[in-house]
Design a protein around this ligand. Sequence first.
Ligand SMILES: [Zn+2]
Length: 403
Amino acid sequence: MTAEQTAALVPLEFDPTDPVALAQALVRCPSVTPAEGGALALLARVLAAEGYAIHRPVFGEPGMPDIENFYARIGSEAPVFVIAGHTDVVPVGDEAAWTRAPFGAQIENGVLYGRGACDMKGGLAAMVSAAIRYRRENPRAPGSIAFLVTGDEEGPAVNGTVKLLKWAHERGERFDHCLLGEPTNPAAMSDMIKIGRRGSLTGELTVNGIQGHVGYPHLADNPIRGMVRLLAALDAAPLDQGTRHFDPSNLEVTTLDVGNPATNVIPAQARAVFNIRFNDTWTPETLAAEIERRLREAAGNTVRHELRFRPTNSVAFLTEPGPFVAMVADAVEAETGKRPALSTTGGTSDARFIKSYCPVVEYGVVGKTMHQVDECVAIADLVALERITHRLLASYFAAQHKT
Ligand SMILES: [Zn+2]
C-alpha cells in the first residue's frame, strides 16, 4: 500500500466537493515557494480517496532547492482532460500589514482571506471539487481527468511545470486539452478567458564613452548622449500594429544607469535594460534581430554600444478559438449570464509550457488581490468556478460520447 493509499484511509475532516472547505484547507498550508507546506499532500489525500492514481515527482537542479510536484489521474482512456495549476504562493510580505492571518483562511462577509486564496489555491480547490463531483455523479464517464500541479510556479519555474510535463510525456501520458486555473478575471467571473499569452524578452544595452572633465568635453565622449539616441530609436516606431488576438507589442525601458555621483565628470559608460512583451508577430529571434537593426541604424559609426539579450523561455502563443475555447466560454456564460472576452493580455504563465503538449485555455477566479496584502477570494466566485468547471467537464465528455 502506498503512503497515499494509507493516508486515504483516514477520513477527511471536510467534504471535498465543497470548494470553500477545500480552499480553506489549502490556504492553511504555508506553501511559500519552494516549500510544499502540506498542500500537495492534502491534494494527494483528497484525490487518492476518489480513486486517482497519485504521483509526486521531485525535481532538482544543482544549487537549487528540490521541488515537489504532483500528478494525479483517474481513468485509463482518451481523451485526457488536464486541469493544471500550482500550490506554491508568494511570500506574505509585511505580515503586520495584513488584517487577517495570512495562513488562517478566515471567512468574513462572504470573503475568504489568505495568501494564495486567489492565486491560485481557490481556483485549484474549485476545480478539484468539480472533478470529484463530476466523477461521483458519472462513475462510468468516458475518458480521463488528470491534475498537473507544481510547487514551483511563483519561483524560478525551473523544477516545476516544464519538468513535470516532460516527466509525464516520458511515462506515456498524452493530453488532449488543458484548463489552467490561474486567476484570469479582472473584476467578475464573467470577464475573461485567456487563450494565449504574449512573450517576454529582456535586453541589456551598454554604451561606452570616454570619461573626462566636464570642462574639457573635447577630450571626452559622453555615453549618455549616445544612450539617449539609441533608446529614442527603440521607441520611435511601433514594433507592430497588434494581431487578430493580440495587442501591439510593447517595449519598456526598465532601468537606465550611469552611477555617476560627480557633477564635473563625464562618465565612461551608460547602461540600460528594457523588456519587451511581444505578440505572435515575433519569435524571440526575429524580435532580437529587429532590435539589433534599429540600434545599428541609430548608432551609425559614432555610438559604441553592446547589446545582450537574456535567455527567455517565454514565447508568444495562441490557442486558436475553436470548439474547445467555445466550450469553455459556453460554460462561463451558462453560469454567469455573460459571455467572457477571449484575451491574451497580462503577464506570462505556465500555459506557455503546456501549449507544446496540448491546447490550453486559462480561466480562474477574480485576480484583483493576487500577491497583495489581504489576498482574498469571494466565496460566491469559488462556488461559481466549481459549477463552471463541472459544466465544462460534463459537456467535454458528453461531446466525446457522441463522436
Ligand atoms: Zn498563479
